[in-house]
Design a protein around this ligand. Structure first.
Ligand SMILES: [Zn+2]
Ligand SMILES: [Zn+2]
Length: 201
C-alpha cells in the first residue's frame, strides 16, 4: 500500500482529515498537521478560523483585562481626585471661614460692638471692680481697720475720700459721676456698698 495518488511511492504521512496514505509529494504540511490536497484547504481554513477565534478570544480577554485595568486605574484616579477635591474643598472652606473671621474682626472689632457699647461695657466692668474694692473696704471697716490709700478703684489715680464723723468712717469714691452715679461709698456703720444713682434717693 503506497500513496493514494502514487501507489508506488512510499507513504510519508496520513491525511489527518480523511486518513488517506500520502507520499511526500502529496502531503501538505500544515501547522495543524499533515493533510492531502483535498483536505488541506478546509483544514487550513479551519485552522485559520480556530486561530482567529483563539486570537479573538485572547484579544477579548486582553481587552477585558485592559478595560478592567483601565477601570481600576480610572477608579484610583477618581478616588485620588475626590481625595484632592475634599482636601481642596476643605482648604477652601477653611480659608473662606478664616477670611470671614478676619473681615469680621477687622470690620467689627470685639464682635460688632460699637465704641459706645464698648465704653458702656467698660464702665460696667469698672463699676463692678470698684464695687468689689468698696466691698473690701467695708470688710476692713467692719474689722475696725481704717483702709489705706492703696485701696482705690482701678483706673483712677485719685484716692478715695475718707471722712470721719466721730466714730463713723465713710469712704467715698472721688468721682462717682464717671459711672453716672451721684454717690458711691461705704460706711463703718453698715459696711455695705452704697451706690446712689441720678434721680435716686
Ligand atoms: Zn485527506
Ligand atoms: Zn502521492
Amino acid at each position: 500500500m503506497g500513496c493514494v495518488n502514487h501507489p508506488n511511492a512510499p507513504v510519508a504521512a496520513t491525511c489527518k482529515s480523511c486518513r488517506a496514505s500520502l507520499c511526500g509529494i502529496c502531503t501538505k504540511f500544515l501547522d495543524s498537521g499533515e493533510d492531502c490536497d483535498m483536505c488541506a484547504p478546509l483544514a487550513e481554513a479551519n485552522a485559520l478560523r480556530k486561530s482567529r477565534i483563539r486570537n479573538e478570544e485572547s484579544r477579548t480577554v486582553e481587552m477585558a483585562q485592559t478595560t478592567t485595568t483601565r477601570i481600576t486605574e480610572e477608579e484610583d484616579r477618581q478616588k485620588a481626585r475626590n481625595k484632592d477635591g475634599l482636601y481642596i474643598k476643605g482648604g477652601v472652606g477653611l480659608a473662606l471661614l478664616m477670611l470671614f473671621v478676619s473681615i469680621g474682626l477687622y470690620a467689627y472689632p470685639d464682635l460688632r460692638k460699637s465704641d459706645v457699647q464698648l465704653a458702656q461695657e467698660q464702665a460696667v466692668i469698672q463699676l463692678e471692680e470698684c464695687r468689689q474694692v468698696f466691698q473690701a473696704i467695708g470688710i476692713r471697716l467692719s474689722e475696725g481697720e481704717i483702709p489705706d490709700s492703696t485701696m482705690s478703684c482701678p483706673g483712677t489715680n485719685i484716692p478715695n475720700i475718707i471722712l470721719r464723723q466721730g466714730s463713723k468712717i465713710t469712704v467715698s469714691h472721688p468721682n462717682p459721676r464717671q459711672f453716672g452715679l451721684v454717690e458711691l461709698y461705704v460706711t463703718s456703720d453698715s459696711h455695705r456698698v452704697v451706690m446712689e444713682g441720678q434721680g435716686q434717693g
